[in-house]
Write a protein that binds this ligand. Structure first.
Ligand code: PLP
Length: 365
């Protein structure tokens, strides 16, 4: 957590005993803090406080956003917190190019030809595994132009580095997760534009204007709002700092043969904080295990029910064969890292790869 987020969390958790939903003085004091948090978030997004809802995670916020009856259109590279609820309903899944981007002409055609049936289109702003940026202002504009569907965007990976006011221009629904921008874990934010109808997933309380029943995590919401306000003031600085670190890391790791950047084209618009690299001839669990023991903490695909790592659906969506996809590792960079730490990390990654695939692995299909 950022310092301000931690201090605010402690201030609320230690001083506010009231439930914002109650009727007495302590409740009114708690409600004033909750209203303040809503206003702070709304001001970062440039929207009205009445359009902001707090949830217990972005997963929950996404599930509420997708809780529609009717046809949903989403993409093959969404986080499972969008894909799973979409696929549990009536959804079509848009494939992506080999760089993880959406083919705008194909998207336009699809909206023009089949847009009448659509109730909701959900496209993430920044992919969490490969960092690819979708121009959601433009894509959302196309949805508005050709259909009457609502447009949702999972913006979880966008808050630290992008101007959210611009990004949500054409969104009816937008999701954030507090721990991605320096707030506490277990707080999600859902923006619902005035007039857009959403249905609660749970029943049993009138909190968050009937959309999300259950006592609000007051300390979490207030802390998250301060973290978001702070992050929003630093997006440009953070972007440049983290991009320089990521580029330095990629230059070092990709300098030797055999390693592949998941989004092959270097001009694919990407988050400055995410690098996804394939290490042919390895399986990502082995690399992760070795890297962990050497002090580098990366991640692989999604953990499936058996506990084994399946190839990531995002890497598969780029067109890689499962065996190669299983060698993908995601590295995430924070502006707090130093160049020395990044250099050390790239050397460790290079050593680990040489150890597991001394011959470089070769590019398999
Ligand atoms: N969406 C994206 C793009 C994410 O990266 C994540 C988490 O990493 C989520 C949704 C889920 O967020 P939460 O952990 O708050 O449920």
């Amino acid at each position: 957590m950022s310092e301000v987020a931690l201090l605010e969390y402690l201030r609320i958790a230690s001083n506010y005993i009231g439930n914002p939903q109650g009727n007495h003085r302590h409740s009114r004091e708690a409600l004033a803090e909750l209203d303040g948090a809503r206003e702070r978030v709304a001001s970062v997004l440039g929207v009205s406080p009445s359009e902001i809802y707090f949830t217990a995670s972005a997963t929950e916020a996404n599930n509420i956003a997708l809780n529609v009856e009717g046809d949903i259109l989403t993409t093959a590279i969404e986080h499972k917190a969008v894909l799973a609820p979409a696929l549990s309903r009536k959804a079509s899944v848009l494939s992506v190019t080999s760089n993880g981007t959406i083919d705008r002409d194909a998207f336009r055609r699809l909206l023009k030809e089949n847009g009448d049936h659509l109730k909701l289109v959900s496209i993430m702003a920044v992919n969490n595994e490969i960092g690819v940026i979708n121009p959601v202002e433009i894509l959302g504009g196309m949805v508005k132009k050709y259909t009457s569907a609502l447009f949702h965007s999972d913006g979880v990976q966008s808050a630290n580095y992008f101007d959210l006011k611009t990004l949500i221009t054409n969104c009816d629904l937008f999701t954030l997760s507090a721990h991605k921008f320096g707030g506490p874990k277990g707080v999600g934010i859902l923006f619902v534009r005035e007039g857009a109808k959403v249905k609660p997933l749970m029943l049993g309380g009138a909190q968050e204007r009937d959309i999300r029943p259950g006592t609000v995590n007051l300390a979490g919401a207030v802390s998250a709002s301060f973290a978001l306000a702070e992050a929003s003031l630093k997006t440009n600085d953070s972007y440049l700092k983290v991009q320089a670190l990521r580029d330095r890391f990629e230059d070092s790791v990709l300098a030797s043969d055999s390693r592949i950047m998941a989004t092959i084209s270097s001009d694919t618009p990407r988050s400055p904080a995410i690098s996804n690299l394939l290490f042919p001839g390895t399986v990502n669990e082995e690399m992760l295990f070795l890297l962990d023991s050497m002090g580098v903490y990366a991640s692989g695909g999604a953990a499936c029910a058996s506990g084994a790592l399946d190839p990531s659906h995002v890497i598969l969506a780029l067109g890689y064969q499962p065996k190669l996809a299983r060698s993908a590792l995601r590295f995430t960079f924070s502006p707090d890292l130093t160049t020395d730490e990044v250099d050390e990390a790239s050397q460790i990654v290079n050593r680990a790869y040489l150890k597991l695939a001394p011959l470089g692995g070769g590019v398999e299909s």
